[in-house]
Structures are given as structure tokens and as C-alpha cells.
Write a protein that binds this ligand. Structure first.
Ligand code: ACO
Length: 328
């Protein structure tokens, strides 16, 4: 008998430290007014010196598990979507496995930048529906403050730290109705962290030239995002054999309010049907969609039976979109 995969629990964690736009005004040539009007961001969260990606990921994971009907021993796979792992080796997923005590789970990381959570959700859906694994823990977690260059005002104001998690398992009603992922490597230079891998090794040269930090061609990413967010949402809706009128809510990747508003407009969705939390958190890359999903659920904005579009884009370039019928 065919089974359907869906979300049975969500959770999130953001660090306590708040960095406001006026804090940034004190360390770089920027203004609260520029940041708010160009991006929609007012503040972001930043880890303490003792925190790393796996710490936030584990807290979000434990939240998601306690909000679901399973316990930690039932988890048989952990995928951590991140571009800011604790270290290249071991995977952050293995560190999380130990921290939360999920001894029965295999564990690996996935790198697809801000689309990472939706890439991981596609993998989880296939494994659950093929009955190879039953309960998959997906985490999007980022410590972007560790790769931000605070001398580069065009990127430093955009990013924040945080983690969101979801459990994907068999559901009786609703579930992941469609999911699409894509990539276009010709855009690989639009968004990158050049050093720290095998091409430009960590060392004096890379540190002196700040090559361990994010470089972005903002305008190119902006144009790509505006087009892809609405195009890919429509494709996911069609793949689910639905129409725009069937959609109850949009949870987009939280990069820039202008990108979100233009996508919502193209999809004909009113403001109250679109979740926005980038005002408080900035862009948390792979964590942005699962944190938004957890908050929207806790605030009662999405409820059982609702049909929700999740859509994101990111470095690579990569993208993902999905229609989920909420099962909890
Ligand atoms: N404060 C003040 N002025 C600034 C700042 C700042 N923080 N940053 C840039 N400026 C200045 C620029 O120097 C420029 O000045 P000039 O005209 O004198 O040269 C001016 O503002 C306009 O700069 P633009 O880059 O054209 O500004 P734009 O309106 O395009 O906004 C932004 C820039 C916000 C980065 C926008 O392009 C954007 O959001 N792009 C998408 C980025 C994105 O989504 N990235 C995340 C991808 S997800 C992932 O995978 C991690």
C-alpha cells in the first residue's frame, strides 16, 4: 500500500543575543533606515562565543521531537542542511546525533545553501515513502555570523544565526503533496565563501584577504530570486494538481522583504497569507524556512488541513519549492 510522507513535528531555536541595526551603525557605514527600506530587517540573532551550529541544531531538534508523537530512539535518519558546519569533519549531523542521543539514526550534512532544507525534505520524503526509513529528522541550522565580514556592509547587515527542525514520517492525511528542487551552477560565483576548502586552503593568504567570508553579487541574486520564487511556487502548485486559489499560506525563504512582497504579488496572495520574520532574524539561510514554519504553526497561522507553499533559493545557485498539506 502506498504511504504518504508529511511533517509530524516542528521546532526551532534562535540565540539570545540580539544585534539591532543601530548596533551595526556603530561599527560600519550604514543606517537603520537603509537596512529597513532595502531589506526589511530590523535585527538579527548572533551566537554567544560558546555556541556553534550543532548546539542550535540540537535544541531545535529536541523541540521538534517533543512536539511530535515519537521519541528520540525512533529517529532513523538525521539530515543537517548547513553551509556553516561546526567543522568540515565530522559532519554536524553526527555531532547532533550524539548530543540528542539518537543512537539509531544514520546522519549526514547537506550543502545547498538557503535551499538546503527543501533539498533535505525531498530526500526525506523519498526514504519514508519507499519505507526504507520511518522517522527522519531534518534540521536547517546556520552560524552565518562566523562567515560574515563586518567590513563589507553590503552583506554584513543581511545575515543572522538560528536553527529550525522538522520530523518527516508517514501521515494519514495531507503530507508533502509536491516537491521540486533545482540547481544552476553557472551562477556559482554570485554567492560564495571562497576559502577554507580544497581550492583555496585555510592559511595566511586567505585570512589576510578575508576569503573565509561571504561574497555576494546582490543584484544578480536579487533578480534571480524574484523570478524563481514565483515560478517555482507555481510549478509546485501545478505538480500537486492544485491551483493558486487552493493555497492557504506562503512560507518563503526570508532574504529580503522586497523579494517576498514581489513573489506574493505575482502569486496574488494577500499580506496576511505570507509569513515574514526576517524583520527579527534577517536571513538565516537553511534555517529560515523551518524556523518560519515552526513560528507560523505556534502562532496559529497554519492549521491541520491547510495547503502551504514553501519556497526558497540560495547559493549554488539552488532552489526548491513544495506544497505541504499540514498534518498536525
Ligand atoms: N548600508 C548603506 N548603504 C549600503 C549598504 C548598507 N548596509 N549596502 C550597500 N549600500 C549602498 C551601496 O554601496 C550602493 O551605494 P552606491 O549607489 O553609492 O554605489 C547602494 O547602497 C545601493 O546598493 P545596491 O547593492 O544596488 O542595493 P540594493 O538595493 O540592490 O540592495 C541587497 C542590496 C539588499 C543586498 C539586495 O541586492 C538583495 O537583497 N539581494 C539579494 C540578496 C540575497 O537574497 N542573498 C541571500 C541569498 S541566500 C543564501 O544562499 C545565503
Amino acid at each position: 500500500m502506498d504511504i504518504k510522507a508529511g511533517i509530524i513535528g516542528v521546532g526551532s531555536y534562535v540565540p539570545k543575543n540580539v544585534i539591532t541595526n543601530s548596533d551595526l551603525e556603530k561599527i560600519m557605514d550604514t543606517s537603520d533606515e537603509w537596512i529597513k527600506t532595502r531589506t526589511g530587517i530590523s535585527e538579527r540573532r548572533i551566537v554567544s562565543e560558546l555556541e556553534a551550529t550543532s548546539d542550535m541544531a540540537s535544541k531545535a531538534a529536541l523541540n521538534a521531537i517533543s512536539n511530535s508523537k515519537i521519541n528520540v530512539n525512533d529517529i532513523d535518519m538525521i539530515i543537517v542542511a548547513t553551509v556553516t558546519p561546526d567543522s568540515p569533519l565530522p559532519s554536524t549531523a553526527c555531532i547532533v546525533q550524539e548530543k540528542i542521543g539518537a543512537t539509531n539514526a544514520i546522519a549526514f550534512d547537506l550543502a545547498a545553501a538557503c535551499s538546503g532544507f527543501l533539498y533535505a525534505m525531498n530526500i526525506a520524503k523519498r526514504f519514508v515513502e519507499s519505507k526504507m526509513y520511518n522517522n527522519i529528522l531534518l534540521i536547517g541550522a546556520e552560524t552565518l555570523s562566523s562567515v560574515v565580514n563586518y567590513d563589507d556592509r553590503s552583506t554584513a547587515v543581511l545575515f543572522g544565526d538560528g536553527a529550525g527542525a522538522a520530523i518527516i514520517s508517514k501521515v494519514e492525511e495531507g503530507g508533502i503533496l509536491s516537491i521540486i528542487n533545482g540547481a544552476d551552477g553557472t551562477g556559482k560565483d554570485y554567492l560564495k565563501i571562497p576559502a577554507g576548502g580544497s581550492r583555496i586552503k585555510a592559511g595566511e593568504y586567505s585570512i589576510k584577504n578575508k576569503l573565509h567570508s561571504i561574497k555576494m553579487s546582490g543584484n544578480d541574486v536579487f533578480k534571480f530570486a524574484v523570478r524563481k520564487m514565483s515560478e517555482e511556487s507555481v510549478k509546485a502548485i501545478e505538480k500537486a494538481k492544485l491551483s493558486l486559489e487552493d493555497i492557504d499560506f506562503l512560507i518563503p525563504h526570508q532574504a529580503n522583504i522586497r523579494i517576498i512582497e514581489s513573489s506574493a504579488k505575482r502569486l496574488g496572495l494577500k499580506k496576511d497569507k505570507v509569513y515574514v520574520n526576517l524583520t527579527r532574524y534577517g536571513n538565516m539561510s537553511s534555517a529560515s524556512i523551518p524556523v518560519a514554519m515552526d513560528e507560523a504553526f505556534r502562532e496559529g497561522k497554519i492549521k491541520k488541513g491547510d495547503k502551504i507553499v514553501l519556497v526558497g533559493f540560495g547559493g549554488g545557485l539552488t532552489w526548491g519549492s513544495s506544497v505541504v498539506q499540514w498534518s498536525i
